[in-house]
Design a protein around this ligand. Sequence first.
Ligand code: SAH
Length: 510
Amino acid sequence: MSSTGIVHLVGAGPGDLGLVTFRAKELISQADVLVYDYLVHPELIKWCRPECEVVYVGKKAGFHSVPQEEIEALLVKHAKAGKRVVRLKGGDPFVFGRGGEEARTLARDNIPFEVVPGVTAALAAGAYSGIPLTHRNTSSSLVFLTGHEDPTKGELQIDWRAYGSLKNTTLAIYMGMGHLRFIMDELQAGGMSAAMPAAVVQWASLGRQRSVAGTIATLAGLVEKAQLGAPAIIFVGEVVTHHDDIDWFEHLPLFGRRVAITRTRDQNSELREKLETLGAEVLELPLITISKDTDRLGFVEILAELGSYDWIVFTSANGVRYFFEDFLKGFKDIRSLGILRFACVGKATAREIERYHIKVECMPDTATGESLADALIATGSLDSAKVIVVTGNLNRDVLVRKLEAGGAILDRLLLYKTEKTDLAHDPVADDFREKGADAILFASSSAVQSFAEQSAVLALSANAKLPLAGSIGPQTTETMKKAGMAIGFEAKKPSLDSLIEALIKNLKSN
Ligand code: SAH
């Protein structure tokens, strides 16, 4: 029999990917089985290994979630089969997450487990709405409460009136939107002043965050008018007054804007990060899927002769990852690379190479295959030089042809495949089809091409917002025109920053 595995009860944070702990990321990327809930960011699931079994146990529209006993039985079953199980929960597993019950079952069944805390929703809601949870002069205690009460399920009932008499306290109420008016009334009945500040923060930390602030007498009406709903945190206390002065997040230039980007290149994570930092809700359309090419024609021969090559050229970070994965399996020593010099197409690829403490000796200013070839030729070292070009199945003919014309003896190493993703059942694509976006950004011609190829599956519904299409530069614009797209705006310079600058300007005047 296999030895017992382990269950990690892991907090996934409130939504924003940057608020996931290092430990959580590490465990997700090592897991054999991942069991997750509603309110866990879908991007997190992509950190799993391809072999990882992913099980969703949360609520689905119209359906109940998987019963707690079944979830616990599932964790026990997989752990007993020797698996590394990650049980991922929104926020923190021990704050209104039933993590305690799961841990207890594991302890009872002698299953090793670990608990990894997460940023709980109240902390994120406070930070991202400019409501400090405590304050030297007005709030010296903080209470987390649940507004979801169901005595039929044996849950505790909260004496709201008693909380209404507390002084210098901040209340952070989870799951309370269904009973908002009742709770506010009860606090007043308990003696709390009708003028006590109160606020609701929905979807805290995400681009779609919304908040309203008032008093315990006005909040329910304001929330109804603004149509806020779950998931949200209700705050009650003097600290809420700070919201007016320090509500930094909702004032970011792209706050409340939905921006679609196409996942076709490495620089995308950089684009996503930049947009999110500016407050946008980013929809990353996964147009293509990159996988390892299992044939890897010629790889063994090239590795055996590695010492005879002068340059190795990478056109994507994927290439770097797949190259080193196999190289290190074969050699186990980075020095076997010998005197090989490294060239690459752009910054994202360079960063991946530098992770191995290897210096990139040649990188063009503009990240295109053509500029890379020019930059290599300009080093004056290509004549009769032996060069490895690591690519995917997409053609890199311009680069290869130019290098050969420059005198290089070239070997092409095909390490990965780029294929179309099935978008019919993809959650991000669903969201895009249903609601559309304020803008869609194209950072390369290849992104335009893959978008155009899949545009039929991505057709917007009748009520969806038609996005303004932005292009990174003249070449991309040309491809967009050829595909029949209307051009909303073009970046002044072909860089991500300039593209984002144009986006902000165009959305403002829109
Ligand atoms: N374990 C979770 C709480 C789960 S209970 C945690 O520690 O955060 C679910 C409730 O959490 C929701 O009803 C809502 O009140 C709150 N919540 C979760 N994510 C939220 C978010 N992004 N913004 C506001 N409230 C959130």
